[in-house]
Design a protein around this ligand. Structure first.
Ligand code: HEM
Length: 236
């Protein structure tokens, strides 16, 4: 579609011409809902690009000993992850029949090939050594900050912000799985086996295992000293 006159500063800066040319033209859509499907995925890739930018920056700040700035960056990551999760509700408004039509156009394409999500799976391992370096610089162990969260408030808050990132990655996976059930059912085979089983497998993963293990350690010791714990365990 041609537009009148030269590009405005807004159009030049946001690069609206290129951006709005990245979706299928109306005449090529396989069904009405395909535009939404394409836009939700494109926006998700942009949010994941920003997430990577922020998490890696938080890692750099941790290495520099700047916990408050790392924390501010991770706060932004949490906000982006909320948007990533919430935007999945748009696809709840799609009829399964429309998804089938779109699926034909997707060919063998799969969300597993998402470059943004592949990075989400990698960056926890990349940022964890930076957090360990911060602990080492402050001469504190992970166990100590969980034993005395108020005495080590800054480090405790960074640890919990990393745990939020982990929890929200898995929260997104759970929400996406509900979307999959809603659109294609629980039993439909995907390109690589039963989709629901494949996706449920990913939910078992812990991105920052040490942040989960430290909870086991704390409660393990508490259980040993608790009057009922030694016999029955906490929930016995
Ligand atoms: C109608 C909506 C959707 C359906 C029915 C759907 C379906 C599926 C299915 C069946 C899989 C399993 C692998 C495969 O067979 O390809 C999958 C994986 C995946 N999809 Fe979707 N999807 C939808 C929307 C989205 C959206 C909006 C995103 C956003 C980026 C997305 C990203 C992914 C990712 C990252 C995976 C891999 C997940 C993992 O490894 O845990 N999907 N999807």
């Amino acid at each position: 579609m041609s537009r009148p006159g030269p590009l405005t500063d807004y159009e030049k800066y946001i690069r609206t011409e290129e951006l709005l040319a990245l979706q299928k033209p109306a005449a090529e859509l396989t069904c009405h809902d395909e535009l939404q499907f394409q836009i939700v995925h494109q926006v998700a890739e942009l949010w994941m690009k920003l997430t990577e930018h922020e998490v890696l920056f938080a890692g750099e700040r941790m290495r520099a000993g700047d916990a408050p700035r790392a924390l501010r960056g991770l706060g932004r990551v949490k906000a982006i992850q909320t948007l990533l999760m919430d935007q999945l509700m748009l696809l709840d408004t799609m009829a399964p029949k429309d998804y089938m039509t779109i699926r034909n156009a997707l060919g063998r394409g799969s969300g597993q090939e998402s470059p943004g999500f592949k990075r989400m799976l990698q960056i926890p391992d990349e940022v964890w050594p930076s957090f360990e370096a911060l602990l080492a610089a402050r001469k504190v162990t992970l166990r100590q900050i969980y034993e005395q969260p108020d005495a080590q408030a800054e480090l405790f808050n960074v640890a919990e912000a990393l745990l939020d990132f982990d929890q929200n990655l898995q929260g997104w996976r759970q929400r996406h799985l509900m979307l999959v059930y809603r659109q294609i059912g629980a039993g439909t085979p995907s390109l690589k086996g039963k989709a629901s089983e494949l996706l449920a497998e990913g939910l078992k993963h812990r991105f920052f295992p040490k942040l989960w293990e430290v909870r086991d350690e704390l409660f393990g010791e508490w259980t040993k000293t608790h009057p009922y714990g030694a016999e029955k365990g906490y929930h016995g």
